[in-house]
Design a protein around this ligand. Structure first.
Ligand SMILES: Cc1cc2nc3c(=O)[nH]c(=O)nc-3n(C[C@H](O)[C@H](O)[C@H](O)COP(=O)(O)OP(=O)(O)OC[C@H]3O[C@@H](n4cnc5c(N)ncnc54)[C@H](O)[C@@H]3O)c2cc1C
Length: 306
């Protein structure tokens, strides 16, 4: 029986582990399918406070884990596939083995949707990104491409015009999910060009380890052509990692955990932290802050003997 189990080894989970570790709760952190979380996918992180020269994403999360382990946090490889939150202690199935805990911190993040192109994964952090706020500043005066047709795509395209020489928005249809106001704002921006009825077939250039261009196809005419690009931003949505909790915890229609204030969920003793609940900010620092909040709430609940 654990005092606290933390799901996820990203910024939120690691920060929760530092705090609950220092509180003497001997947390167990379940690493999940993506050790270190989304920051492990990136290279340079320039906006995490405390690193004036920036820091490599994987190094940042590895440091957090080291810091948590110093205070007694235990990390296990594995993924939670099933959970029973109907009563305390809560029960979690970690790759076939059931573990019990008094409190649970869900910091399982939200995975970006990718196109699934062969070279895409190889170029993440080398020109391919799913986060304009995070990586836009690396493309000052460069050619940027944004993929998507919803509000996020419009917002990211507009935001990226602050940096890029030009921004091309590629959408596979000629109709948009984006709201009228967001679409009009993007259309009115002279730096944004629209490429509609168009899909990306490939991203270049893995041999150079950086994005240099894309292969595009017009879905109506089947014309195929190459276009030079320096920064390639996906804005086709995120999938919150909440599958094991469907039907047990309050989730919104897209699967994000519904907050009941602070880090609380609708279940007493189960807390949320980071991108698994936050569809607005999605930053390392906000996830870390949320991990701290969840840890303090778990600590107080256990301290009060509830
Ligand atoms: C390419 C890229 C670049 C980025 N750059 C920056 C940047 O420069 N600055 C910045 O502030 N932010 C950046 N971000 C955003 C930042 O990475 C996220 O906001 C942050 O990682 C969210 O942290 P998290 O802990 O909530 O979730 P995540 O980092 O997504 O971690 C989730 C964790 O949960 C685990 N998990 C999932 N399901 C389960 C399960 N069923 N059982 C057990 N474990 C599970 C995963 O293995 C993972 O370890 C970037 C994101 C991307 C994708």
């Amino acid at each position: 029986m654990r005092n606290v189990i933390i799901l996820g080894s990203g910024c939120a989970g690691n920060t929760a582990a530092i705090y609950t570790g220092r509180a003497g709760l001997n947390p167990l952190v379940v690493i999940g399918h993506e050790p270190g979380g989304q920051l492990s996918l990136t290279t340079e992180v320039e906006n995490f406070p405390g690193f004036p020269e920036g820091i490599n994403g994987p190094d940042l999360v590895a440091n957090m884990q080291k810091q948590a382990e110093r205070f007694g946090a235990e990390y296990v490889f594995g993924t939670v596939t099933e959970a029973d939150l109907s009563k305390r202690p809560f029960r979690l199935n970690i790759d076939g083995e059931w573990q019990e805990c008094q409190t649970l911190i869900i910091a399982s993040g939200a995975s970006a949707r990718w196109l699934g192109l062969p070279n895409e994964q190889k170029l993440i952090g080398h020109g391919v990104s799913s986060c304009a706020t995070c990586d836009g500043a690396f493309y000052r005066d460069r050619k940027i491409m944004v993929i998507g047709g919803g509000d996020t795509a419009m917002e990211e395209a507009n935001f990226l015009t602050r940096f890029g020489r030009e921004v091309t928005l590629v959408h596979r249809r000629d109709e948009f999910r984006a709201s009228k106001i967001m679409l009009e704002r993007a259309r009115a921006n002279p730096k944004i060009q629209f490429l509609l009825n168009t899909v990306v077939e490939d991203i270049y250039d893995v041999t150079q380890k950086t994005v240099t261009g894309v292969k595009l196809r017009d879905v109506k005419t089947n014309r195929v052509w190459d276009q030079e690009v320096d920064g390639f931003f996906l804005a086709i949505g995120h999938v919150p990692n909440t599958k094991p909790f469907v039907g047990q915890i309050d989730l919104d229609p897209d699967g994000y955990i519904v907050s009941k204030g602070g880090a609380r969920t609708n279940i007493h003793g189960v807390f949320h932290a980071g991108d698994v609940q936050d569809r607005t900010y999605r930053q390392a620092i906000t996830a870390a802050g949320a991990g701290c909040m969840a840890a303090i709430e778990a600590e107080r609940l256990l301290g009060e003997g509830h």
